[in-house]
Ligand binder design. Structure first.
Ligand SMILES: Cc1ncc(COP(=O)(O)O)c(C=O)c1O
Length: 328
């Protein structure tokens, strides 16, 4: 089965063409605390603890063919993340959604990467105030840019080369809760450099006992004896991960979330990753060894990838962007 060349379609199909927009928003649009601005003018205070201490939660939703995918689920996950790290979103769900619609609309994007955060904000100055989460002025920022795939059509079609990091483990959940999508990326980023040094393209991290947690910025799946398996803990509850589980159920492919030990990858029939900025991303090798004997992406991974895009462009859990908000 041929992989749907989603990036090529986005750059050539008329239903993906960018809408008229103020040229100032050519690179994208941002919302900074209380105002909209072109992304290249967006700036944050240097003392915001989101920047200084990675003290923030965020989320990313995508837009394709003019509609958000699973916007409500992303917003619900984000609200739970805010609670978990004890920040107060200055905006309610409806106001937040309006901001997300408007940044996409201002930039006229029909395929967009839409990111937003609430940070701890500037540190309070009073005595003993650092111990009280209510003393911080939490801040909201968001931006929308043209959609980017972390792996292009050619890489997804042939399958990407992975390593299992030996140098790093995923930050343990008791240290930083991975289900609250957060700014602490150094474990995952260092693992990526390890992958690069090993001639690979991406990295997967385990916990201390060798159970798979997640890949850098993505969830990990393996197909073992015909069952699609993904870790049930130590990772973000990815929206694309859940969408993939839903697709498996629709296709009557057995699927389970459970602990998954790295040693089980020896017998995996296929391996793939999932994330908003990449959809379903087949792998062809792990630690330099091909997973499928033909040395390419697995058939089921490609099938899931293709169904994901077909369904999305058919209106699956879609929220049409309210372009009229841009006043164009
Ligand atoms: C650490 C981590 N795991 C998994 C994911 C995938 O989540 P989603 O499918 O909701 O984008 C992400 C997305 O950025 C991530 O940062």
């Amino acid at each position: 089965m041929e992989l749907i060349r989603a990036a090529e379609i986005m750059s050539s199909h008329p239903e993906h063409a960018r809408l008229p927009h103020d040229p100032e928003y050519g690179f994208g649009a941002a919302f900074i605390a209380d105002h909209f601005c072109p992304i290249l003018e967006a700036a944050i205070p240097i003392v915001d603890l989101g920047f200084m201490h990675a003290d923030a939660v965020y989320d990313v939703v995508s837009v394709s063919r003019g509609a958000f995918f699973r916007l409500e689920q992303h917003q619900e996950r984000f609200a739970r993340a805010c609670e978990k790290i004890r920040v107060r979103n200055p905006f309610d769900g409806e106001q937040e959604a309006n901001i997300l619609h408007e940044i996409v609309a201002r930039a006229g994007l029909r395929d967009a990467y839409v990111w937003w955060t609430v940070t701890r904000g500037n540190p309070p100055m009073g005595r003993n105030e650092m111990v009280d989460p209510d003393k911080f002025e939490n801040r909201f920022y968001a931006f929308a840019t043209p959609f980017v795939f972390i792996f292009d059509d050619e890489q997804r079609a042939r399958g990407v080369d992975l390593i299992i990091s030996r140098d790093r483990i995923r930050i343990p959940p008791r240290a930083v809760d991975p289900t609250a999508k957060n700014f602490c990326w150094l474990d995952m980023q260092m693992a990526l450099f390890e992958a690069g040094s090993a001639g690979a393209e991406w990295a997967v991290l385990t916990d201390e006992e060798g159970y798979l947690a997640e890949a850098t910025g993505a969830n990990i799946f393996a197909i073992i004896e015909g069952t699609v398996v993904t870790p049930d803990s130590g990772c973000l509850e990815g929206i694309t991960r859940q969408s993939t589980i839903d697709l498996c159920e629709e296709l009557n492919i057995p699927v389970v979330s459970r602990r998954l030990h790295v040693s089980e990858l020896e017998n995996a029939e296929e391996v793939f990753m999932t994330t908003t900025a990449g959809s379903i991303m087949p792998a062809r090798s792990v630690d330099g060894k091909y997973i499928c004997s033909h040395g390419g992406a697995g058939e089921t991974s490609i099938r899931l990838h293709n169904l994901y895009w077909e369904k999305r462009w058919d209106g699956w859990d879609a929220t049409p962007v309210r372009y009229e908000l841009a006043g164009n």
